[in-house]
Design a protein around this ligand. Structure first.
Ligand code: GDP
Length: 468
């Protein structure tokens, strides 16, 4: 297919959703405002809302059908495989230099002082810089807070030939081209910032990625996780066992409810009902395609009370959860050795689910979403976030490009001309996003459908020796 066709197909799908976010929110506002004084009006608004939802579901169904009947499904599968093979063989290549004594190395310390998801993102960032500088990544992980034995106790070593940190010369980032061993700080303090940081994808793969995938950076991050998270045999057996104990079965929606230390500090509280509302919308959609016997959910959370609440409030749903591992509410256990199995199981199940409902403010859910990209040619639309849009901690500014003009001055909205760059802060999931017009410096809300994402592209090494 040509790129324009793929972009349009995805855009029709996501803007149908945006259209409905807008109309349904506005109607609900009208109902709340006038429903009490005009009961007739309340009734007709409710009718519009319910039939409107059917309209939307039907339209989205048709766009999904289009992707299955346009004859390009096989191409999408092959293209995704091919691109993944290219990246995986390049990662294998830099990680396995023939002579470790002379190899250029980049050292990364796994023990960033944060949770499991945050640490995985830290390693991915290090790996991206290693890829960008053609260095072998050396992971320091002894004494890891989640497993004293280190990374290799859980996952396969990231190199078969080169794990020795030693070298003739060494320095902190940036060093020079000739420094043999360079040590990286955390992404928040790296200076100077190399061009290889998210949200950039490599120029040599970009045209193919833009055609294949709705959010190339998520795919790109997923490739690093694919390499990193190759499980040790016993990890793999443990995950298999957990899946069968829990009774993991499709269709299934992965729900992640992050509470405890996150709420009120880095994220707002969201009730279980908000998550289940999104679960229902997913299943209403699926039912146009196939009968659904039971609405099944995999529920992951750091707060065991949430699981009890879900069981009692939603008895008609099949709610699967990992209750075998005790999840104490104490922060000290959440960031300690006893919590590793729990979080590994939860992230695995979430990533294996057909759809994710969560808060993207949590790195747990973002990691699951990134890993999920490895199971489909394009899983960029298989989520509903109750708060943030997708981002990568420490990323460079996220820009969008206006494709339609907007005159917002009568409504206090952001005005824009086609071609304007809009720095995006977030989506309010009501038809509007918040952003800054980089030309006019104005900050405000704008209709989400009037922009398109700008894919950031950077020059990375070509890896022409790897034979792709
Ligand atoms: P964030 O703080 O949510 O952005 O994600 P982090 O992964 O950086 O830190 C949160 C930590 O809390 C995780 O690493 C887990 O140890 C724990 N946690 C959060 N959510 C869950 C969950 O759904 N299941 C389990 N088992 N642990 C969780």
């Amino acid at each position: 297919p040509n790129t324009q066709y793929e972009l349009l197909r995805r855009r029709i799908g996501s803007n149908t959703q945006e259209f409905w976010y807008f109309i349904s929110t506005e109607l609900q506002n009208l109902r709340n405002q006038f429903g009490d004084i005009a009961p007739d009006m309340r009734q007709s608004i409710d009718h519009i809302l319910s039939l409107g939802a059917e309209h939307k579901t039907s339209l989205i169904h048709d766009v999904k059908e289009l992707a299955e009947s346009d004859g390009y499904s096989t191409w999408r599968e092959l293209e995704a495989n091919d691109l993944s093979n290219i990246v995986q063989s390049r990662l294998k290549y830099i990680q396995n230099p023939p002579d470790c004594k002379s190899a250029k190395k980049l050292v990364c310390n796994l023990n960033k002082g944060c949770g499991y998801g945050c640490q995985l993102h830290h390693v991915v960032y290090c790996f991206m810089v290693a890829y960008g500088t053609e260095r072998t990544l050396i992971l320091k992980s002894k004494g890891w807070r989640y497993n004293k034995g280190g990374w290799d106790s859980i996952f396969q070593p990231i190199s078969d030939t080169c794990t020795d940190i030693a070298g003739e010369s060494g320095s902190n980032w940036p060093g020079t081209k000739d420094t043999q061993v360079i040590t990286l700080p955390i992404i928040d303090s790296i200076s100077p910032r190399p061009p290889y940081l998210p949200l950039s994808v490599p120029e040599d793969l970009a045209p193919r990625l833009i055609r294949l995938h709705g959010d190339p950076i998520v795919w790109w991050v997923g490739q690093f996780l694919k390499y990193l998270l190759r499980p040790q045999e016993k990890t793999s057996a443990f995950l298999q066992e957990a899946m069968s104990n829990i009774g993991f079965k499709r269709p299934i929606v992965g729900v992640h409810v992050r509470r405890t230390d996150k709420v009120g500090t880095e994220a707002a509280f969201h009730s279980i009902d908000e998550y289940m509302h999104a679960v229902n919308e997913y299943y209403d959609q699926l039912e146009l395609k196939q009968p659904v016997e039971k609405r099944r959910v995999y529920l992951a959370t750091d707060d065991p009370k949430v699981i009890q609440e879900a069981y009692s409030k939603y008895p008609h749903y099949e709610i699967l959860a990992d209750t075998t591992i005790s999840k104490s509410a104490a922060v000290s256990t959440r960031y300690s050795e006893s919590s590793l199995n729990g979080i590994i199981v939860d992230i695995h199940m979430l990533s294996m689910s057909d759809y994710l409902v969560c808060t993207f403010s949590s790195q747990v859910c973002r990691v699951a979403y990134e890993i999920m990209q490895n199971y489909y040619p394009d899983a960029s639309d298989k989520f509903r976030s109750l708060d943030d849009i997708y981002y990568y901690g420490g990323q460079n500014p996220h820009n969008r490009v206006a494709v339609l003009a907007h005159d917002g001055h009568n409504y206090g909205e952001l005005s824009m001309q086609p071609g304007d760059l809009i720095g995006v802060a977030g989506n309010h999931w009501n038809g509007y996003s918040k952003g800054k017009n980089l030309r006019t410096k104005q900050i405000g809300l704008y209709p989400s459908f009037k922009v398109k994402d700008k894919v950031e592209i950077a020059k990375f090494p070509a890896y022409s020796d790897v034979g792709n």
